[in-house]
Ligand binder design. Structure first.
Ligand code: NCD
Length: 334
């Protein structure tokens, strides 16, 4: 079977989001709409009543085939703040672990009249596959697939940058560490390029920052000082050992000595640089505790912003589904 092109799959006939699988093919207008909408939800989080009825009566299923704490919890909170009924399916104890195929599990969830699946899976392309095989009116949101994409993480990072730096024009950004295995880095690079950032440096050893990333519009740096020189934003990434095959690193202590972010190496960046990390952080492996907890760190802001961005994406995809020409409501009107 031919795979549908991501743009055609995730937008409805009116160019609105109906799934959120990848940033590939999404333009600056849609990315900006996500950020603006998230911004309006952020102020809501500060009020004593944190709910809006945008997904009232809708059922959202968190389908996490791979571990997660932050992402799963913030999706759950986002769904609840939109007034949806949210179910967390624990795959380890579900029928999938008894040999049921992914498609059979999905068919059962569809039969329960679910409206949205939030999917995390260790295989690249899993969310796309599900979007192609589900009934058309279920919105699929990618919460991370293999090394391929983690679009809501990239968008919460964009919101964090925009709130701290006021915009994207002229920014210099370094993404440091295990780029090779990182779906976060891939999605961030797509978002930054679409939003007009031209100086993005990917920093790390040759084994973890292969040269083909230059084709995606980034500068490759194997030297930390050159990579951090005068940057406005530093994104540190975890060594994703669960995805590493073979020896890609001499040792963790050698990695920290060459690429770790400490107060000394942070001094190469601009004095007002912000430090980001998608988590989970490994203190003393890619980042020192002083920096992770220090005044440049916006790591916990990223978590807060994640709820607002997920609310934005979920509400946009739900309304894109309802306004799609093949939704039951649109058919009734015809
Ligand atoms: C990232 C992920 O799972 O891709 N974490 C996250 O979503 N908070 C990055 C990582 O696992 O290192």
């Amino acid at each position: 079977m031919m795979r549908s092109e991501p743009r055609a799959l995730q937008l409805n006939e009116h160019g609105q989001l109906k799934h959120f699988l990848t940033l590939d093919g999404l333009d600056k207008t849609i990315l900006t709409e996500i950020l603006d909408r998230a911004e309006s939800f952020l102020s809501m989080g500060e009020q004593s009543v944190k709910k809006v009825p945008l997904l009232r009566g809708k059922t959202v299923v968190n389908l996490f085939f791979e571990n997660s704490t932050r992402t799963r919890t913030t999706f759950e909170l986002a769904g609840k703040r939109l007034s949806a009924d949210v179910i967390n399916l624990n795959i380890e104890t579900s029928a999938t672990s008894k040999g049921e195929s992914l498609l059979d599990t999905l068919k059962n969830l569809e039969a329960m009249q679910s409206d949205m699946f939030i999917v995390r899976h260790s295989d690249s392309g899993a969310a796309h596959f599900i979007a192609e095989h589900c009934t058309p009116n279920v919105a699929i949101i990618n919460a991370g697939d293999g090394r391929h994409a983690h679009p809501t993480q990239a968008m919460l990072d964009m919101l964090t940058i925009r709130r701290h730096k006021g915009g994207f024009d002229g920014l210099k950004i370094a993404i440091v560490g295990d780029i090779l295995h990182s779906r976060v880095a891939r999605s961030q690079l797509q978002a930054l390029t679409t939003l007009g950032v031209s100086d993005v440096r990917l920093v790390g050893p040759k084994t973890l920052v292969p040269s083909f990333f230059a084709e995606m519009g980034a500068t490759i740096c194997h030297d930390l000082e050159a990579g951090l020189k005068d940057v406005d934003v530093i994104v540190m990434l975890r060594l994703q050992k669960e995805r590493m095959k073979g020896a890609l690193l001499p040792s963790e202590s050698e990695f920290y000595r060459l690429y770790g972010l400490t107060e000394e190496t942070l001094a190469w960046a601009k004095p007002d640089a912000i430090v980001m990390h998608p988590g989970p952080i490994n203190r003393g492996v890619e980042i020192s505790s002083e920096v992770a907890d220090g005044k440049h760190s916006v790591i916990l802001d990223q978590v807060t912003n994640g709820i607002a961005v997920r609310m934005a994406v979920m509400s946009m995809a739900m309304s894109g589904q309802l306004q799609s020409d093949d939704s039951p409501a649109a058919k009734d009107e015809k």
